[in-house]
Design a protein around this ligand. Sequence first.
Ligand code: SF4
Length: 335
Amino acid sequence: MNSRLKVLLISPMYNSSIVAPCLGLGYLASALKKNGHDVLILDGLREKIEYNPSEWDIVGVSAMSTYFPECIEEVKKAKSYGLKTIIGGPHIICDPIQSLIDSGADYAAIGEGERTMTQLAAGLPPAQVDGLAYWNNGKVVQSKQSDSMIGETESGATTFLMKENMYTLQVGKLKRDFQLNIDDFGRPDWSSIDPRTYPVAPHGMIAHAHPIAPIITTRGCPYSCTYCSAPITAGKRMRYRDPKNVVDEIEMLVNDFGVKEIQIEDDNFTLNRKHCITICEEILKRGIKVLWSLPNGVRIDKLDKEMLLLFKKAGCVSMALGIESANQRILDMIK
Ligand code: SF4
């Protein structure tokens, strides 16, 4: 591919009562722009997905399972224009091979897309791109497997294989690489997903003030709840951003984008008490006036009274609790 690509990133339009900037595409746009590429995000929850195909070199489409059919439609449309396509996001990470077959896309990102997308955009042959599934002689194959392993730890059905600034999570035959230092990702490209450009969510959205901005302060979850994709999509090893960086981002969103509510979308925000307490103390120290919430859910066994009182003082207005079921038989069944 050319040294400077024009990359169109699409989050499809789908029927949703949750409307918020697309954080995953924001991180991808940031990584691609840092490497000199031109990027535009079209988010179906914000605007119509309409574009001039002659202006783009490659189209990336993201999907959760709830809107994978809409993702397939966007892939088909882009391919009908003769454009190369790559798919990514939670649905694809969980089953990249079948997703590639179902969608007919050219490539699928098997793990976190930042490295995969920038390597592909830099012109590396698919076989040498980290974390890529692609077509080879009519068959879907996976790009090079991780090497240079220096350690191994068992954790349930999965295996960690450690190497410098990366670790590999193996589930079945598929390996996914995750970057250990998530501060290296920087911030999402907020100019592409400006919270002020998103409509107020229809009834059903857990929000208290507008504009809202989702952020993540950690990636990963070490638990193995059978119904949850988080350990596969974000990895089983907890990775933490520097709390000061997190609060710098919150402060910037409030001052530069007029954000009134921060939604922390971590899979397990309260697992490490010190991490979330430090973020709250930093918000209070800087006197930042913003509401924040935890709509993605926290574990009840990882909360305590002192923590909750500090959360409230620092602006927390709501949190989802991972109760899952009131029936012990169901709880035993879903583990
Ligand atoms: S603790 Fe929460 S995020 Fe982690 S695996 Fe269970 S449901 Fe998923």
